[in-house]
Design a protein around this ligand. Structure first.
Ligand code: ADP
Length: 475
């Protein structure tokens, strides 16, 4: 057994779920990515600002102290405390010289060595910025002889506090974005899946034989296209179903008449006319005619279903249309002899065309049969076959002198099983399928055809064949 026959079939997912899942995943990824980037960038900016501020304060203090008394300097220095910056003037041992004693025990004796070391390579007036766990620190040499130090600290708690506020803000924003994307994806998936669910519910009704269903349109192009396609499928199925019904009803009705006749005449021969050769022959002829009618009907039904389902291929070949037409006209000779019909023929010599000979035979036979059936009292049918002036087309016309066809019925006569209401005793039996067979065959050849008719005066059916030179070989 082939390995792919073991392939697992994945359980189908609902569009709602798939859309929601992917939308959320995308939203989360995007939010995390954007927030991490922002947080790093903004965090760095906050830190850089803090360093800038600390340096600025250091320089401001250095400028301020020139010529001021200690109290003024202390006050000035203290004024930065509200923003979290502590500024000190330190002795060379790390004792706090200014601001004057807040707390006498506080000193920076442990820190002073590290400050000195950091300032070793920095010229007078230069400064360093560094940090430990808790503070961002600033230091520079101070005083004319450089024996004291300006030292400032900026609590990292404040900086981190600002970062945390930012983090909370980003998280809240992220949640809001996530909720909004959840709502949007839910809305889209609801709309999409409700469109599909509608179509599928309609399709279920359709599959149960309700041909009046309408596949609803959608605001989404693909679904709208699908609806259009399904609506045309519905129309086609409805048409073919109507046709099947109609055909079945009509055919069974048409089959009944000849069968009743055959049965009645057969019984008559058995019971009455069996010994009378003249009567028996007459009755047998009725049986033969009715059997022919049955055969014709069955053939037409087969033809119409074959040509309409396009199962039949068109076998193009070049043939002599003139001879071919005469061959068909000859089949109608018995009508001339037995029933006084006149077939007036005006046919050009040796006109060749390229078509499916057998199918064109059906076309001509049906048109001729109709002309004979529907012609007027004079029982005359005119047949012409003529090339046009440029010689590239050949026109066949079959004209009768009958009642004609009303304008509003002209387009319907080509439909399957269309018959004008009026009953008519016809020498050539019809099924109402003939003109539809003619139409489908000529359309599949791409030949022009039509009918001109004047009620009360008669109808002229015509077909336009391509004219080809005799020597072209059949392909
Ligand atoms: P049918 O077997 O009934 O003749 P067709 O398909 O050949 O079926 O023709 C369809 C209908 O068109 C006919 O029933 C008839 O009403 C009308 N029709 C066809 N040919 C003619 C004609 N030459 N003159 C008048 N009516 C015609």
């Amino acid at each position: 057994m082939k390995s792919d026959s073991f392939k697992k079939i994945k359980k189908p997912q609902s569009i709602n779920f798939a859309l929601l899942k992917h939308f959320l995943l995308l939203a989360v990824l995007l939010i995390v990515f954007v927030e991490v980037i922002f947080f790093i960038v903004v965090g760095n900016i906050i830190e850089a600002r803090a360093k800038e501020r600390l340096t600025h304060v250091g320089r401001e203090v250095a400028v301020f102290v020139g010529g001021k008394n200690e109290a003024a300097i202390s006050n000035f220095i203290r004024s930065f405390r509200e923003e979290g910056i502590n500024v000190y003037i330190l002795s060379t041992e790390g004792k706090i010289l200014l601001p004057v004693a807040d707390d006498e025990n506080e000193d920076f004796c442990d820190e002073i060595d590290s400050i000195k070391r950091r300032l070793e390579n920095v010229g007078f007036g230069g400064s360093v910025i560094f940090s430990d766990k808790n503070n961002l620190k600033y230091a520079s040499r101070f005083g004319n002889n450089g024996g004291t130090y300006l030292f400032a600290t900026y609590s990292l708690k404040i900086i981190n506090g600002a970062k945390n506020v930012l983090l909370v803000y980003f998280v809240v924003l992220g949640i809001v974005v996530l909720l909004v994307s959840l709502l949007i994806s839910f809305g889209i998936s609801q709309k999409l899946s409700s469109g599909i669910n509608n179509l599928s519910a309609t399709a279920v009704r359709f599959s149960k034989g309700d041909y009046d269903v309408k596949f609803a349109n959608s605001e989404y192009q693909e679904l709208a296209d699908l609806s259009d396609t399904l609506n045309s499928v519905r129309d086609e199925v409805k048409k073919s179903d109507d046709f099947k019904r109609e055909l079945l009803a009509n055919v069974s009705h048409d089959l009944k008449t000849p069968l009743t006749m055959i049965k009645a005449y057969a019984s008559m021969i058995r019971e009455i006319s069996g010994d009378n050769p003249e009567k028996r022959d007459k009755h047998l002829q009725v049986i033969i005619d009715e059997a022919d009618r049955l055969t014709g009907l069955v053939n037409d039904v087969l033809s119409v279903s074959k040509v309409n389902s396009h199962m039949d291929e068109i076998n193009f070949k070049v043939f002599n249309l003139t001879e071919f037409l005469y061959g068909i006209i000859n089949k109608f000779e018995y009508l001339q002899e037995t029933q006084g019909y006149n077939l007036m023929v005006d046919v050009g010599a040796s006109l060749y065309t390229r078509a499916d000979e057998e199918k064109i035979g059906q076309v001509i036979y049906n048109l001729l049969g109709n002309a004979v059936n529907y012609t007027g009292e004079d029982k005359t049918v005119y047949i012409t076959l003529k090339p046009n002036l440029s010689g590239d087309r050949i026109k066949l016309t079959i004209k009768d002198t009958g009642r004609g066809i009303a304008k509003d019925e002209l387009s319907d006569i080509w439909d399957r099983y269309y018959r004008l209401k009026e009953t008519h005793s016809r020498p050539v039996k019809g099924t109402g399928l003939g003109l539809n067979i003619v139409k489908v065959i000529l359309q599949s050849h791409s030949f022009d055809f039509g009918v001109n008719s004047e009620p009360g005066k008669g109808s002229e059916f015509w077909v336009d064949f391509p004219s080809v030179p005799e020597e072209i070989e059949t392909q």
